[in-house]
Design a protein around this ligand. Structure first.
Ligand code: FE2
Length: 242
């Protein structure tokens, strides 16, 4: 394992420690100085990575090496990039000579990295369970899809539509329509308007290639076997209440 240790990833150690442990002390210092501590929250650049809520050595069919590589490189990489972009937005806003179209490039990156951070936190936070659906969310899926099996069949089919190498399959509670849907998302910026993600299945190759090569269906099987439905039920109840 490289970079952040498993203990750091799951042990509740301050996320700031994880962030700096992921690179050299020099890199952490550079990030700290790049973030303007006097900036308002929108530009603060002080997002911290969340530790894993499970032991990555104990998932079924998803290796510790795969999970740690994904968490360290892709997820923490996005947290760092988002912090950097927010700092650049703050400084660029003060530059009256900067054309709006150039500023727009930073805004695009802000949206992309924000989506990546949130979806990865939904992804990792939804793992560590026994894969057995229960609770209000199971009843709600039956009510919205006719049967649990129909929901799962459509979720898997939507995921496999993205098996070519990128995107997310997302079970969302749509606040506008007050209903559950499986949404297809081509990248981190795709998502149904007013949709609150309850399950996010990462279909980028980095999330499965190390264990399964191009056999994406086997990865989807493994993901489903590790779903933490208690957490998914909690997310559903929180979404319905809000
Ligand atoms: Fe990912």
């Amino acid at each position: 394992m490289t970079g952040v240790s498993r203990r750091t990833a799951i042990g509740g150690i301050a996320a700031a420690t994880a962030l700096s442990a992921g690179g050299t002390a020099k890199a952490a210092q550079t990030e700290k100085s790049a973030s303007n501590l006097s900036s308002p929250p929108a530009f603060a650049g002080r997002h911290l990575p969340k530790p894993l809520s499970f032991d990555p050595a104990k998932l079924v069919g998803l290796s510790e090496r795969l999970i740690m590589s994904h968490w360290e490189n892709n997820y923490i990489g996005s947290v760092k990039a988002l912090n950097m972009i927010e700092g650049r937005l703050a400084s660029s806003l003060k530059d009256n000579a900067m054309p709006a179209i150039v500023y727009g490039g930073l805004k695009r990156e802000e949206l992309l990295r924000t989506g990546s951070v949130i979806l990865h936190e939904i992804y990792f936070g939804g793992l560590g369970g026994n894969g057995q659906a229960a609770g209000n969310i199971r009843e709600a899926l039956i009510a919205n899809f006719g049967s649990f099996e129909t929901w799962e069949r459509e979720f898997r089919k939507t995921a496999m539509a993205l098996a070519g190498g990128s995107g997310w399959c997302i079970l969302s509670y749509n606040h506008h329509t007050a209903s559950l849907h499986n949404y297809w998302a081509w990248d981190h910026m795709h998502g149904a308007v007013a949709g609150a993600p309850l399950i996010a299945l990462d279909m980028y190759e980095h999330s499965f290639h190390m264990d399964y090569g191009a056999a994406a269906a086997k990865y989807v099987d493994a993901f489903m076997r590790n779903l933490n439905w208690e957490e998914i039920d909690r997310r559903y109840k929180a979404s319905v209440r809000s």
